[in-house]
Design a protein around this ligand. Structure first.
Ligand code: NAP
Length: 320
């Protein structure tokens, strides 16, 4: 089968297409024919070798994927061959024609959700859901600032928060991205490159600040967030690409909570509950994954370069 392989950590060009044997599902495993693989920032950190988790070389990258069930291993009775599915944590990388999953990490894909959309569910939506509910304990009626709302996690968070009855304020770097966030139900969307936007966020909350801030670039924004969060508010660090200096007194004075999450740490039971909630939202049309661009599998290195450019408008996918 076709697969992207990485023989050494490094720049996007270390990813090359190869022909490798298709894996066979063992006991409790499911083999999925991948119709679309999602490209997440973490894939780029793992490929570069800069992430805390370094797979053994050589490896096939990719976590997110959607497709049809090609085969099941012994003991798998609940999943039918041919079913349309998306995956959770895979046993083999999804940048390939086929990928192996533990049976409990395979979820049905509602008929109205395409494979391309399905490849953008697990990592972005699970992260957004966990940040909002398990970490921020966000409640209907609260104001949520999605700081970096135009990317995969930000759009997912916007849709989930709006569906749960929260007021969403978003930020984005381009007019097209901001318009996309507004279309998802955000009441106001600000330009995170403008020096004026912190004042605009405060004005939008009558000077009080947001109850919850979901932060996609904490090394740039955490100090600003401490000023933009409401008293007793919660800031969830989802993304950070460096360090910064803050004054802890700003946390003390408002009794705000600064927390963070790593999706890899989610307890399996909690992950199953999150997928159940996502299933409902996908079925009732409140959650609609947004694909910004498709690349062929052979273009994986271009997709990684594209992903780290500014101007996000949803999820990137690879088509085997
Ligand atoms: P993405 O699709 O590439 O989106 C990146 C987002 O960051 C875009 O909305 C982008 O906005 C925004 N951004 C750029 N400059 C910003 C600034 N100065 N202030 C605020 N936002 C800014 O990535 P993603 O999949 O949504 O992931 C977002 C971050 O969360 C990444 O760092 C990723 O590694 C991390 N993440 C963490 C976990 C976890 O388990 N902790 C899980 C998933 C993702 P514009 O392009 O419009 O400027």
């Amino acid at each position: 089968m076709k697969a992207i392989r990485v023989h050494q950590f490094g720049d996007p060009e270390v990813m090359a297409m190869e022909e490798i044997p298709a894996p066979a599902p063992g006991a409790g495993q499911v083999l999925i024919q991948i119709e679309a693989a999602g490209v997440n920032p973490v894939d780029t950190y793992i490929r570069a070798g800069s992430y805390a988790r370094r797979p053994e070389l050589p490896f096939t990258p990719g976590i997110d994927g959607a497709g049809t069930v090609a085969a099941v291993g012994s003991g798998v009775t609940s999943i039918e061959i041919g079913a349309r599915v998306y995956g959770g944590w895979p046993d083999s990388g999804t940048y390939a024609a086929m990928a192996l999953y533990p049976a409990e990490q395979v979820y049905p894909l509602p008929p109205q959700i395409s494979f391309q959309q399905g490849a953008g569910i697990f990592v972005p939506y699970s992260t957004a859901h966990r940040a909002l509910f398990a970490k921020a304990l966000a409640q209907p009626g609260e104001t949520v600032l999605v700081h970096g709302a135009t990317g995969s996690v930000g759009l997912a968070a916007t849709q989930i928060a709006v569906a749960a009855g929260m007021r969403v304020l978003g930020t984005g770097g381009t007019p097209e991205g901001r318009s996309l966030v507004a279309q998802q139900g955000a009441s106001q969307v600000f330009d995170h490159h403008s020096p004026d936007y912190p004042a605009e966020v405060l004005a939008a909350t009558a000077g009080r600040g947001a109850d919850v801030i979901l932060e996609m670039l904490a090394n740039v924004n955490l100090e600003k967030d401490l000023a933009l969060v409401a008293p007793h508010g919660r800031i969830v660090i989802i993304g950070s690409r460096g360090s910064l200096e803050i004054n802890p007194r700003a946390i003390m004075g408002k009794e705000s909570i600064v927390t963070g999450l790593t999706l890899f740490n989610t307890h399996p039971e909690a992950l199953a509950h999150i997928q159940a909630a996502l299933q409902t939202g996908l079925q009732n049309g409140t959650l609609i994954p947004i694909v910004s661009r498709e690349f062929s599998l052979a273009e994986a290195s271009q997709a990684h370069q594209w992903l780290l450019q500014p101007g996000a408008q949803g999820n990137l996918v690879l088509i085997p």
